[in-house]
Design a protein around this ligand. Sequence first.
Ligand SMILES: NC(=O)c1ccc[n+]([C@@H]2O[C@H](COP(=O)([O-])OP(=O)(O)OC[C@H]3O[C@@H](n4cnc5c(N)ncnc54)[C@H](OP(=O)(O)O)[C@@H]3O)[C@@H](O)[C@H]2O)c1
Length: 362
Amino acid sequence: VTFDLVLVGFGHVARRFVELLAERRAILQRDFGVTTRVVAVATRQHGRAQAARGLDVAGLSRAVVRGDRIGPGDGEGTAGFVASAVRRHRAAAQAGRLVVVEATTLDIARGEPAITHVRSALDGGAHVITTNKGPAAFAYRALARAANRANRRFLFEGAVMDGIPVFNLVRETLPAVRIAGFRGVVNSTTNFILTAMEQGQPFEEALTEMRAMGVAEADASLDVDGWDAAAKTAALANVLLRASMTPHDVERQGISAAAGRRAVEARASGRRLKLVARAGRESGRWAARVAPEELAEDDLLAGLEGQQNAIIFHTDLLEEFAIVQRSGSLTQTAYALLSDLVTIATHATSRPPPRARPRRTL
Ligand SMILES: NC(=O)c1ccc[n+]([C@@H]2O[C@H](COP(=O)([O-])OP(=O)(O)OC[C@H]3O[C@@H](n4cnc5c(N)ncnc54)[C@H](OP(=O)(O)O)[C@@H]3O)[C@@H](O)[C@H]2O)c1
């Protein structure tokens, strides 16, 4: 099957994704019968491009990296562009082989315009894969319902811990297990800064290092103020706990230069300061929090160095289990999109239309 891809956002992640598709072309075709072509690309400041028979994405990628434009248009027109691209490729959408790849920047105020992009793609019959946390963090239920109605998939493995399977793992391997809550370290930039500050490196210097490596968000305050972790916490809670919250419902405290002294003191007393994200039931309702916590040295989360992440899930049938990410990279984020695409290729067309249960469309 040839999947037609509409790329909404063509930054670090989307560009690495198209490289990865090329690198894995033979395996995708041999093992999953999947071939792809990119039929439309939208950016905010670098214009837009489209070609029904497929674009030269390597050329477009080089142009964006050089700072050139790839065509006319700007971010204001993206929502209309997505809707019309989906209409133009109606035949592919009806055949279940049109996929909109949402990889624009996280908007922490409302999750827009990404939510609008996802909704119009689903309403037009396209599948959606995204690394943007906004849609699942702000509008998971509504989008899951829209996906159900359209009998299409809305997948976002890359929203938390890059390509390490979190949502996939639960969906594919834990039938009938109830997740009661979780706690974890889910933001690489702040864990790197805290670890560096324990060793005496200044806050700003450690942050600059994360920026240079492309790990920090475009707006690094999203990381250090705890917003990125709050968005991931809301997405995890909405999907895995069936809560209904936004990042603004997550009690939030970030880290600053002042946390450095606390980190050094904690280390000296055999403890470690970590930015911990947690969610669970409190007084009969879902509660979620992101805040620096001093952890005992034998706590699994205390052992996370540098950019490492982990989530410990509390469940009814399996008690506690953890997923640990020992390193992170752009390739891992791009892989999340590739794995979501393979999920669509291997499941979507063969499954009957799901019933109106938001969890089912994960
Ligand atoms: N980088 C990572 O390691 C990582 C890991 C996990 C998740 N993510 C998430 O993945 C997404 C993409 O990350 P990234 O690192 O690729 O970001 P990025 O390099 O900043 O790229 C963002 C892309 O989105 C485009 N864009 C922004 N607003 C747009 C709009 N309204 N319409 C059309 N295009 C728009 C930008 O266009 P211009 O360049 O023209 O402005 C750019 O092409 C983000 O949501 C991020 O949080 C990233």
